[in-house]
Ligand binder design. Structure first.
Ligand SMILES: [Zn+2]
Length: 106
């Protein structure tokens, strides 16, 4: 699935268990169309018993979320928005907010 989202983008979850939460993209898995986002879609993982945790432990870590459940956060609109891509006069490819035309990647 094609997505304009990339690592370090701030996004809002619009679906799944993390509805309405905001976070930064840690990784985009383009082949799967999914992303890992800081603090979003946390899953509990049981770790194996170790010297540090003799009983084992439960840690929370980010689970992947489908990119269709994420919107890029627009600071001008102060909410998640759909983005488009265009080329500037200088030939640079940038993304913009479809609502207010705020330009990202500048
Ligand atoms: Zn905007």
């Amino acid at each position: 699935m094609k997505t304009l989202l990339r690592k370090d983008d701030v996004v809002i979850a619009i679906g799944g268990r993390s509805l309405g939460k905001r976070g930064k993209i840690l990784r985009v898995m383009r082949d799967k169309g999914r992303a890992l986002v800081e603090g979003i879609q946390l899953i509990k993982r049981h770790t194996k018993k170790s010297q540090l945790h003799p009983q084992g432990a439960i840690v929370e870590k980010e689970g992947s979320i489908h990119v269709s459940n994420l919107l890029l956060f627009c600071p001008a609109c102060d909410k998640g928005v759909r983005v488009g891509a265009k080329r500037t006069a200088e030939g640079k490819r940038i993304r913009f907010c479809r609502k207010c035309k705020h330009e990202f990647d500048k």
